[in-house]
Design a protein around this ligand. Structure first.
Ligand code: PLP
Length: 354
């Protein structure tokens, strides 16, 4: 009787019967696991097929799998950048990008969140370095806002920089065919490197990847430490992701199935008197400010059959506590209305409405 509104299961594929069947078939055919890293005996045809499929999905030359996107982010900067290079990172980038950048010896610049003036100033400062890489989340998971990739790519062109995006909260559902933020904003040919996860919209099991130019992927296979020194993805996990991508490439109906639901939730909540951060993204943070209010409201929501979680410091800045609601393609219009009604009741009870 409880509806989950806090999972990253954006497209409902984690419970899709064909995705589950594909996992079972891969498990039966290839076993529980490979008991090896990729380059020893951990590569089966399914791994190569999935890498090829990921590259085709993103319209890139090649792809490399990791145990998680955290690993993909931990492995890329150190392998790609030297002390002669520079990396320019949005201040609100995901923790795994921050950790990946910490591991590399490049010169580090942090620009203000989505602030193009500040990015331009930092790019000018970074002209003295050999190579420049701008790194940003495509969609930011705490606020549901989308990076201004068109402007970022224009600046990258002007200052001869490469662009890297983390698409964990975009792959599968942003853009006309669900390719992500770069498709949504018309810059697929301008973003050089895409990292993303198999653990959210693409079946929700686990796994991550980098996709981009073939020489870069070749380099990662030689140098990227989380790839070289960590176990190969288990067959069942590969099976899920592979089927999820098949479903998304067969038609764009699944990728498009949630936009109207997101819109329904956002507009009804705003009309009810709530402030929802971000824009047009299924991450809908209900902004409350006070940490205790967010926590007691989430508890009251659960009592009304709606599973949501309050986020407060240190996950989000002090004074910006919120309940992060995530819309999924599996929510019916009635589910969404039930969620809005529960929020309205609970919000009224706690004096949280505008
Ligand atoms: N990048 C972003 C933006 C994320 O939200 C997450 C997951 O929370 C990750 C990377 C890590 O992904 P994974 O769970 O595949 O390690």
């Amino acid at each position: 009787g409880i509806i989950n509104f806090c999972a990253n299961n954006y497209l409902g594929l984690s419970s899709h019967p064909e995705v589950i069947r594909a996992a079972v078939e891969a498990l039966e055919k290839f076993g529980a696991g490979l008991s090896s890293v990729r380059f020893i005996c951990g590569t089966q045809s399914i791994h190569k097929d999935l890498e090829e499929k990921i590259a085709r999905f993103h319209q890139r030359e090649d792809a490399i799998l990791y145990a998680s996107c955290f690993d993909a982010n931990a492995g890329i900067f150190e392998a790609l950048l030297t002390p002669e290079d520079a990396v320019l990172s949005d201040e609100l980038n995901h923790a795994s990008i921050i950790d990946g950048i910490r591991l590399c010896k490049a010169n580090k610049y942090r620009y203000k969140h989505m602030d193009m003036q500040d990015l331009e100033a930092k790019l000018q400062e970074a002209q003295k370095h050999r190579l420049r890489l701008v790194a940003t989340d495509g969609a930011f998971s705490m606020d549901g806002d989308i990076a201004p990739l068109r402007e970022i790519c224009q600046l990258a062109q002007k200052y001869d920089a490469l662009v890297f995006i983390d698409e964990c909260h975009a792959t599968g559902f942003l853009g006309p065919n669900g390719r992500g933020t770069d498709e949504l904003l018309g810059v697929m040919d301008k973003v050089t490197i895409v990292n993303s996860t198999l653990g959210k919209a693409l079946g929700g099991a686990a796994g991550g990847y980098t996709t981009g130019p073939k020489p870069l992927i070749d380099l990662l296979r030689q140098r990227s430490r989380p790839y070289l020194f960590s176990n190969s993805l288990p067959p069942a996990v590969v099976g899920c992701a592979s089927k999820a991508l098949d479903l998304l490439m067969e038609s764009n109906a699944i990728a498009q199935s949630m936009a109207a639901k997101t819109q329904r939730f956002r507009s009804k909540m705003t009309a009810a008197g709530f402030t929802i951060s971000g824009k047009d993204h299924p991450i809908c943070p209900v902004m409350l400010g006070d940490a205790r209010l967010a926590s007691v409201m989430a508890e009251d929501m659960l009592n009304r059959g709606i599973y949501v979680i309050g986020f407060s410091y240190p996950v989000v800045p002090k004074g910006k506590a919120r309940i992060r609601v995530q819309i999924s393609a599996v929510h019916s219009d009635e589910d969404i209305d039930r969620c809005v009604d529960a929020f309205t009741e609970v919000g009224r009870k706690h004096g949280a409405l505008r």
